[in-house]
Design a protein around this ligand. Sequence first.
Ligand code: PLP
Length: 459
Amino acid sequence: MSRFFIDRMALWCYNISIMNTRETLKINAKGHLEIGGADACDLAEKFSTPLYVFDEKHIRDMMAVYRDTIEEEYGGHGCVLYASKAFSCEAMYAIARQERIGVDVVSGGELYTALKAGFPAEKIYMHGNNKLSHEIAEALDAHIGCIVVDAFSEADLIEREAEARGIVQKVLIRINPGVEAHTHAYVQTATPDSKFGFSVASGAAEAIVRHVLTKKHLKLCGFHCHIGSQIFEKASFVLAVEKNLKFMAEMKERLGFETEELNLGGGFGIWYTDEDPKIPVAGYRDYLSALLDAVKKGCGEYRLKEPFILLEPGRSIVGEAGVTLYRVGAIKEIPGIRKYLAVDGGMFDNPRFALYGSKYTAVLANRAAEEPQEVVAIAGKCCESGDLIGTNFNLPKAKVGDIVAILSTGAYNYSMASNYNRNLIPPAILVKDGRADYIVRPQSYEDLVRSDAIPDRLK
Ligand SMILES: Cc1ncc(COP(=O)(O)O)c(C=O)c1O
């Protein structure tokens, strides 16, 4: 290899390594992108594209950093719950079980998947702003640890269902502390105009506490709040803690209700592009430390018992662990406007650009050591002009057949995927030390028509 090539490769390796703060990505001697010790080109060859690839080590490291921080800085008086909406499949619940953390679920489907994977029911928390009666029934039948109440009618429903079963169900109440976090409007959840939670400012939060305390089959343990997602400012999280503690103090003073559990939700940001901070795994300890310090300080000031602390990170656990591999098909250059690379995936496996204008970083996995030469848009194959993975990717001049890797696609990609245009949702593989296994198998055309029905009059 020439000195010139080695220098350029070192430079580009450096670029890649700073693009991703984890050990997830490397460039190997062939100049190919490597994920969790596996050559991305080999993975694309063996498993075909489009393909979701997940690095197991990164997922475990992230779960561990939260778990260990609670252990070391809060005497283990708390628990991390993986927010499984970020990426739900049986293997994720199996990893969470092995890492000795809990999970949160937001639907009967996520609950079913967790239970099917053998996840301990008592470590499952259920969320949702409109839980259906059958979902509540399924949760109670499974004896899950806790339901987070998000409506008056829901409290009544859980009470009736718990009474019918002769049980007392542990609940938290989701409050809206009114914190405007600096993130996309669609993922802010604690502003005054939100479908989630009970507003503290309007008095709705106190009203639901009074309501739940009258129920014989509900055991109110405390409160939950989640201010939004992809947030980097510690100050927003700390403000949410302070507002929660103030509310806890008010409930103690006015109603004699002492909070045992405080669930601070998720929301920590991750790296997608160089516009985002690069937080190493250990850096997430600082976020949690800031929250725990604020809890301890506030409890001292208000003379409250330090509550059992729960945290619900989703994106930060699985987001940077994921890479999606595509193959370049049609290439179209519109002079003076833009160049499109069309890939074999699109909004059916990653709708986040269409939904939020989300930005990503792309790498040509088979030419990862080459420097970028042009700015291109990456389009999907759906019949929709907005079907884009993004519009401003710096890449070497791509050719038909090249493999494109989109980085940081582990969270809210597979979980938001659809069969739009009857495209098949790609399979997912889990990679560890170079070994890759399916965690979501490929769909088939037969899967697409499995639930279809033709009424007799159409035959
Ligand atoms: C209630 C709740 N908890 C946790 C999360 C996870 O947030 P994130 O993936 O940003 O960590 C969400 C995401 O929307 C949520 O709604």
